[in-house]
Ligand binder design. Structure first.
Ligand code: ATP
Length: 238
């Protein structure tokens, strides 16, 4: 079976500084795969490259077996990759519904779009209750829900989430993680970048630990969660 996403020896640089130094991993349809690691490990750079926002200096990205070379970001969305970016990047003056509609900008199936907006409200009832309000009035956690809902509006084959738990209260983080589990159960394939290794590994099928641009350890979420070096470095154990 071909993986939905295959990343082979990917290298990405900012000028002379190589931020991603030859990483390889794959994501099968229906899986949740997580990239964990400390600040500056290259996780966000990897997602931004998969989204077409940065150009690799080496390696290959295959999506459904086809290379994603030199494809602009909006065409990558059309192929089925959606990115919920670090920092959320919602539009604060637009309403919640308008923000969601922006996620569907490549679609013109009105009935399908309506259905998916309703699905976002079902996933995150607070968004439905406040649909007519400016998105800037939402709390950080609610904005994260909106960013995820907006990414889902393109009906992605692969949903990429960058640090969805960042800056959230434990309760809000729990809600976001439960939603990821719910999305997986409904068949969504997810590539999750997280600094909260415990939360990410607990729900991931596969995990990769990144350190200064390289993958230093890979395994199932459960294996990594019990790995002594991971527990010491990322889960705060002595
Ligand atoms: N626009 C940029 N210009 C130059 N260097 C950058 C730029 N963005 C990131 N870097 C550098 O690339 C490296 C990888 O950063 P990246 O943001 O991908 O890491 P990360 O693992 O996602 O960490 P974080 O969780 O802090 O976002 C870091 O050394 C960072 O300083």
């Amino acid at each position: 079976m071909t993986a939905l996403l295959e990343v082979e020896d990917l290298r990405v640089a900012y000028g002379k500084i190589e931020a991603v130094k030859g990483i390889s991993f794959s994501v099968d349809a229906g899986q949740v795969v997580t990239l964990i690691g400390t600040n500056g490990a290259g996780k966000t750079t990897t997602l931004r490259t998969l989204s077409g926002l940065l150009k690799p200096i080496g390696g290959r990205i295959l999506f459904e077996g086809k290379p994603l070379a030199n494809i602009p970001a909006h065409k990558i969305v059309a192929l089925g990759l959606a990115h919920s970016p670090e920092g959320r990047h919602i539009f604060p003056r637009l309403t919640i519904t308008e923000n969601l509609l922006l996620g569907a900008y490549l679609r013109n199936d009105k009935a399908g779009i309506e259905k998916d907006i309703q699905r976002a409200y079902d996933l995150f009832p607070i968004l439905g209750e406040r649909r007519k309000q400016a998105a800037g009035t939402l709390s950080g956690g609610e904005q994260q829900m909106l960013a995820m809902g907006r990414a889902l509006m393109s009906q992605p084959k692969l949903l990429m989430l960058d640090e969805p738990s960042m800056g959230l209260s434990p309760i809000m983080m729990q809600k976001i993680m439960e939603t990821i589990v719910e999305l997986k159960a409904s068949g969504t394939t997810i590539l999750l970048v997280e600094q909260n290794a415990q939360a990410a590994l607990s729900l991931a099928d596969q995990g990769h630990v990144m350190e200064i641009g390289k993958i230093v350890l890979s395994g199932t979420g459960a294996d990594l969660l019990h790995d002594e070096s991971v527990r010491k470095a990322y889960l705060g154990e002595d």
